[in-house]
Design a protein around this ligand. Structure first.
Ligand code: IMP
Length: 423
C-alpha cells in the first residue's frame, strides 16, 4: 500500500502525464491538488492521443476515481469543454469517477481578462502566462474574494456573488483600457456550466480519507514543475500555486504523514515555456528538438525553450520535494547527439553554486559548469528492457542519479505508454 506524489523537477512539461499514467495501474484514486487548466498533460494510450488540462489522467482507466482537489483553481467553462472532448473520444466521465472539491476556487471569465490585461501592462517584463486566468484566480483566493466550487450547487447565491465580482473586476478592466466582461451573458454561461458540474462537487477531503481507510492507494498527479512553484520557483516567472510535493497535502486535505513515496520527473534535457532565467538554454538543442517535431506546448502550442540537463535544478528539486526516486523522460530526444553536456554547478560572480540563487536577476547572470559525455548515437525508441540500453546511455543515467542524490526508477524513451523502462 502506498500513497505517491509525482512532481515535476524542472519547469513543467517533464512528461509527468505519462509517468502518472504508468503508475496509475497500481493506484485506485488519482488526485490533482494544485494549478488549473494552465496545465496540459498529453497521454498516448492504445495509439490514441489524449490532452488533459484539469482532469487527472486516471480518467483514461476504467474503475479509477479522479479527484480535483481544493488546491486547484477550476475553470467551469474549460472543464465542461474538456469533459465533452474526452467523451467524444469514448472516455466515460460521470460523478462516479470524477469528483471536484467543494472548496476548490473557480476561475471566472474576468480572471482570464485580468490575466491578459496584466500581461499587456507588463510589456517586455511579461511572465508569458498561459492566459488562463490562473494568477488572478489565486490572487482572489488569497485576497478572500474568490468563489468556490460549492457555489455551483447554489445557483442563486452564485448569480448574486458573480454580479458583484464582475462589477468590481470590470472597474479594474476599464481602468486598464481592456474590454469589459458582459454581466448577464457571463452569469448565464456560468449557471449552465454549474448545472452540469454540480453533481461532481463534494467534500473530497472526507472522501479521500475514506478511500485511504479502505486500503486504497492514492496517486497525486503534479502539475507544472518545481521551478514554477510560487515559493520555490524562479519568482516572479512562476505560476501561482505550490507545485512541489507539499502542495499535494495542502491541496487535498491528505496529511504529510500519509504520503509514502515521492517521484520527481525530469526530462533528459531541460525545457521551459514563458519568460524567465534559463541557465543551460541552448539554441542548437532547441533547433534540433523542434526540427524533430518535439517540444511544442500542449496547452498553448508555443515552441518551448530548450537546453542541456541542469543538475543544479534537479539536485534542489530532489531535496525540497523529498524525492527518493527520479523518472527520466525523453531520453530518446538525445539520440542523435555526438556529445552531451550535463550542467553540474553554476558560477556567479566568481562563486560556485550547487543550488539555484534566490533572485531571477542573479540566475540570469549564472554561468553553467558543464561536464561532457559521449552520445550513444542510436535510436532508443524500440528498446523494451532497461538492460538493453546502450552502455553510453546507461552511463549518462548513472551520472544523473549520482548528481541528483536519488535513484532512477523509470526511463522514458518515447511517448507511448509502452515506451517506459523500469530500472
Ligand atoms: P500561468 O500559470 O498561466 O500563470 O503561467 C505562469 C508561468 O508558468 C508561465 O511561464 C507559463 O508558461 C508557465 N506554465 C504554466 N503552466 C504550465 C505547464 O503546464 N507547463 C509548463 N509551463 C507552464
Amino acid at each position: 500500500m502506498a500513497n505517491s506524489i509525482v512532481v515535476g523537477a524542472q519547469w513543467g512539461d517533464e512528461g509527468k502525464g505519462k509517468i502518472v499514467d504508468y503508475l496509475t495501474e497500481g493506484s485506485d484514486v488519482v488526485v490533482r491538488a494544485a494549478g488549473g487548466n494552465n496545465a496540459g498533460h498529453t497521454v498516448i494510450s492504445g495509439g490514441r492521443k489524449y490532452i488533459l488540462h484539469l482532469i487527472p489522467s486516471g480518467i483514461l482507466w476504467p474503475g479509477k476515481l479522479c479527484v480535483i482537489g481544493n488546491g486547484v483553481v477550476m475553470d467551469p467553462l474549460g472543464l465542461i469543454e474538456e469533459i465533452a472532448k474526452l467523451r467524444g473520444q469514448g472516455v466515460t466521465i460521470d460523478p462516479s469517477n470524477l469528483l471536484i472539491s467543494e472548496t476548490a476556487h473557480l476561475v471566472m471569465p474576468y480572471h482570464r481578462a485580468l490575466d491578459r490585461a496584466r500581461e499587456a501592462r507588463r510589456g517586455d517584463k511579461k511572465i508569458g502566462t498561459t492566459g488562463r486566468g490562473i494568477g488572478p484566480a489565486y490572487a482572489d483566493k488569497v485576497e478572500r474574494g474568490g468563489l468556490r466550487a460549492v457555489l455551483l450547487k447554489q445557483p442563486e447565491v452564485l448569480a448574486r456573488e458573480l454580479r458583484d465580482r464582475i462589477g468590481m473586476h470590470n472597474e479594474t478592466l476599464a481602468a486598464a483600457g481592456a474590454d469589459l466582461v458582459p454581466v448577464d451573458e457571463t452569469i448565464a454561461q456560468i449557471l449552465d456550466a454549474a448545472a452540469i458540474l454540480a453533481p461532481h462537487v463534494t467534500n473530497t477531503a472526507v472522501r479521500l480519507h475514506q478511500e485511504i481507510r479502505s486500503g486504497r492507494n492514492l496517486l497525486f498527479e503534479g502539475a507544472q514543475g518545481t521551478y514554477l512553484d510560487i515559493d520555490h520557483g524562479t519568482y516572479p516567472f512562476v505560476t501561482s500555486s505550490n507545485t512541489t510535493a507539499g502542495g499535494a497535502c495542502t491541496g487535498s486535505g491528505v496529511p504529510p504523514r500519509l504520503i509514502d513515496r515521492v517521484v520527481a520527473v525530469a526530462k533528459a534535457y531541460t525545457t521551459r515555456v514563458g519568460s524567465g532565467p534559463f541557465v543551460t538554454e541552448n539554441e542548437a538543442i532547441s533547433d534540433m528538438l523542434h526540427n524533430m517535431g518535439r517540444e511544442f506546448g500542449a496547452t498553448t502550442g508555443r515552441a518551448r525553450r530548450c537546453g542541456w540537463l541542469d543538475m543544479v535544478l534537479i539536485r534542489y528539486a530532489v531535496m525540497i520535494n523529498g524525492a527518493d526516486e527520479l523518472a527520466i523522460t525523453n531520453l530518446d530526444g538525445l539520440d542523435g547527439l555526438d556529445r552531451i553536456q550535463i550542467c553540474t554547478a553554476y558560477t556567479l560572480r566568481g562563486e560556485t553554486l550547487e543550488y539555484p540563487p534566490a533572485t531571477a536577476a542573479d540566475m540570469e547572470e549564472c554561468v553553467p559548469v558543464y561536464e561532457e559525455h559521449e552520445g550513444w548515437r542510436q535510436d532508443l525508441s524500440a528498446v523494451t528492457n532497461y538492460n538493453d540500453l546502450p552502455s553510453k546511455a546507461k552511463a549518462y543515467l548513472d551520472r544523473v542519479a549520482e548528481l541528483a542524490g536519488a535513484r532512477i526508477s523509470l526511463v522514458g524513451i518515447g511517448p507511448a505508454r509502452e515506451q517506459t523502462l523500469v530500472v
